[in-house]
Design a protein around this ligand. Sequence first.
Ligand code: ARG
Length: 406
Amino acid sequence: SNLTLATTVITAKNTLDVETGNLLKNHFIVIDDGKITAIIKDQSRLPANANIIDLGDKYLLPGLMDMHTHVVQHLEKDYYAGLFQSPHRALIGGVVNAEKTLMAGFTTIRNVGASNYQDVALRNAINAGEIKGPRMAVSGPSIGITGGHCDNNALNHSFKQKSDGVADGPWSVREKVRLNVKYGVDLIKFCATGGVFSKGTKVGQRQYTFEEMKAIVDEAHTHGRTVAAHAHGTEGIKFAIKAGVDSIEHASFLDKETIALAKKHGTYLSMDIYNTEYTLAEGEKNGVPEENINKEREVGTIQRESFSNAVKANAKMVLGSDAGIYPHGDNANQFSRMVKFGMTPLQAIQAATIESAKLLKWQENLGSISAGKYADIIAVEQNPLENISTLENVSFVMKNGEVFKQ
Ligand code: ARG
C-alpha cells in the first residue's frame, strides 16, 4: 500500500569514491525511495524499467556539506540594515539563501546561530518538501556571555537589547541549552571568544569560563546534541576542547600544543579561510565598520597559517565557510583555498563530505556514494582531483533521490 517511486539510475564516466580517492568508471548508481541501493558495473544487471539519468562525461560526487553557514541572514549592502529587519523578513531571505546553497551543490549544511528559531522553521519547511534547500542541522540561538560576540552590542543601554542566547553562569547556560532542545535544535553553538564581526569584542580574548563551557557541553551531550564553539583566541580554543566540544569554529590562533590537544580529544576544526578575501575586497563598500575590517586584518593571515599547520599535523577538519559573510551560493570558493593552504584536493573534498558527515554523526546516511546512504549526488564537468575549482560550477544536484538541478 506504500507508494513506491520508480527506480532511478544515475550513470557517468566517473564516480568519485571519497573514502579512497578512486574514480569508478562507468558505474551505475541505483536509487530507490531516496536511498542508494546499489552501485553496479554490469549494465545487464540493472533493474527493468529504471529511469536512467546518463550524465555522460561528468564526474559524480556525494553532495557537498558546509559545517558553518548563516542562511537566515540578509546580505545587505548597508551593514546596519539588519538592525531594522524583523525576524520574519530575515527568514524570507533565508528561504532564498537556502535554495542558492542547494543549487551550488551543498546538499547538507549546519546553520550555526539564528534568533527566534528561524532556522528550525526553515529546516522543517525544507524537510516537508515545501521549499527547496539543503538538509539542515540547526543550532537555534547561539549561547554567549553578556556583551560578548554572540550578543548584539550595537545599541546603547537604554534600548535594553540583548540576543536570544545570552546567559551567564553554569545554570543559566544549562537553561539555554534546554530551551534550544525544547524548540527543536540539532546542535548547540556557543561563543568561547570574541570575534571579528561584533562590536567591542577582542578576537583573542576568552569569554566563557571553563566552568560555563563544561556546563554547556555536559547539558548538550546529555540531550544527544553536538556542540560547536566559536573560538579564535588560543585560550578559548583550549578551554573549549578540554570542555569536550565537537568542533571549533574559526580556530584562528592555533599553536602546536593546541593542535595536539584537538587531535587528542578528536575535536574537529572548522576553519573559514575563504571569507577574509571577500571582506578585505568588498567590506568597505558594503559598509562594514572600520573596527571589524581591522579585526579581519588581525585574524586572516594567522588563521591561514594555523590551517596549514593543522593540515600538516593531520588534525580532523571539515569545510566550514561562514556563508553570509560572503554571498550565499559561493560556498565552494573555499575549496581552492583549502588546497592552496595545504590540503590535497581529495582531503578538501573529504572535509566537505565524509568528515562533515562524521561530525554531524550522520555518517551512516551521508557523506559518500555508498549503498544504504541517502541519494545526495552532484556532478561537475572536470576531475575535481585535478582541478578543485570545478566544484564552483556544479551542473547536477540530487538530494534524497530528487533532482533539483540538471
Ligand atoms: N563570524 C566570524 C567572526 O565574526 C567570522 C570571522 C571571519 N574571518 C576569518 N578570518 N575567519 O569572528
